[in-house]
Ligand binder design. Structure first.
Ligand code: GN1
Ligand code: MG
Length: 368
């Protein structure tokens, strides 16, 4: 086990930070990377940074990710500058003396970003304004990248939101049953098979070119938005590792899956889990007006479906991780991935019953 303070010191040297580490703590709301909030006493006062160690089991080509991030953040920063707006809206990563925005060594792959001052990340909120703000931020993020050349982006995780392929891989693992856990989840497997025809609908619309690919964020959990502590406004979209070509329905849908659930994504008591229509509406009211002018009719008509699809997809991903030995997502206890999968499956079934209601809300907002 490496000494973390020694590591921080070394990273400060590499990234040209001159000062001493005063305080550090782990930021624990990500399921993949390991993130630290680090405060450093510098000549001109205390400064705060985010130090992050990338999970290179999940991200096989971290250098390419950091080059994606360099392009994306530069693109947005230029736009903000032209419009005379605050640069805080986009993340800023530090560079080493040799101009790299990462540091790679045997034990890991590190990057440092400036802590966006006076902001806070939240995992859930009952405040509908927060939902609206999050929607606005993710919608605006996508609009900012609407003229970005998607072909210059590396696909950081191939087939990331390819629901059909996710289900196929899962069913292959069900056949292989590498950990002997399949007999424990037979009911869940049947329910996933039942949902499959509608869950692969976005794949079909992509195949027939009825839906366009855009540059999307692909991980639109509400904790990937930083809110201003004083005004409550959404300030910065973070977690840019999976920015790559995708569907609007993925970004809208994943956000709903997480933020409009009446419970957390790993709630074990399923009686607490359902889609909160007020939260759904609030997020949509923030998101849709930001991008509606660029969307096709088909894109608008598949956004609610996106929420259902993303929720099935996450049920499949969590259950897949469970039956293959919990190698991908961080887990806090033995059955954590199973609990997550059951929660997502329950939510997906609730969404299935609410599709008409969701679609009505979206088309009303899009028209207004
Ligand atoms: C992971 O690390 P975090 O929480 O930002 C995952 C997302 C999942 C999410 C589920 C690269 O995101 O796709 O939706 O967990 N990120 C990756 O909580 O797989
Ligand atoms: Mg995250």
């Amino acid at each position: 086990m490496e000494n973390i303070n020694e590591k921080f010191k070394q990273l400060c040297d590499v990234f040209g930070i001159k000062g001493t580490v005063k305080e550090s703590s782990v930021i624990s709301n990500g399921n993949i990377n390991t993130t630290y909030d680090v405060q450093i006493e510098e000549a001109d006062g205390l400064k705060r940074y985010v130090f992050q160690k990338l999970n290179i089991f999940v991200f096989k080509n971290p250098k390419r990710i950091m080059s994606n991030i360099e392009y994306i953040t530069e693109h947005i920063a230029e736009k903000l500058e032209e419009a005379g707006e605050s640069r805080d809206e986009v993340m800023h990563f530090l560079h080493t003396a040799s101009g790299k925005n990462y540091y790679m060594e045997d034990q890991g792959f590190w990057r440092i970003s400036e802590y966006v001052s006076n902001t806070v990340a939240i995992n859930a909120s009952d405040d509908l304004n927060k939902l609206r703000e999050a929607g606005r931020a993710f919608g605006r993020f996508q609009t900012m990248l609407s003229d970005f050349d998607a072909t210059s982006l590396y696909e950081t995780i191939p087939n990331f939101h390819n629901t059909r392929s996710r289900i196929a891989v899962f069913l292959r693992h069900v056949n292989e049953d590498p950990c002997g856990r399949v007999e424990l989840v037979l009911d869940e497997i049947e329910r996933i098979k039942r949902l499959r025809p509608l869950a692969i609908r976005l794949n079909e619309l992509l195949d027939s070119q009825e839906l366009p690919l855009r540059v999307t964020h692909n991980d639109t959990k509400i904790n990937n938005v930083l809110f201003d502590r004083d005004t409550g406004e959404a300030k910065t979209v973070i977690d840019l590792d999976t920015v790559m070509p995708g569907l609007v329905a993925h970004d809208f849908g994943d956000a709903i899956r997480f933020a409009a659930n009446t419970a957390m994504e790993d709630e074990p008591d399923l009686s607490k889990v359902s889609l909160d229509m007020n939260k759904f509406r609030a997020f949509a009211e923030g998101f849709i007006p930001e991008i509606v002018s660029t969307l096709t009719e088909t894109e608008i008509s598949t956004m609610a479906l996106g929420a259902f699809v993303m929720t099935v997809e996450l049920a499949v991903r969590f259950l897949d991780d469970y039956i293959t030995g919990d190698a991908y997502f961080k887990t806090l206890y033995r059955e954590h991935n199973l609990v997550r999968a059951r929660c997502q499956l329950h939510l997906a079934e609730d969404m299935y019953n609410k599709l008409d209601e969701m679609n009505k809300i979206i088309s009303d907002i899009a028209k207004s």
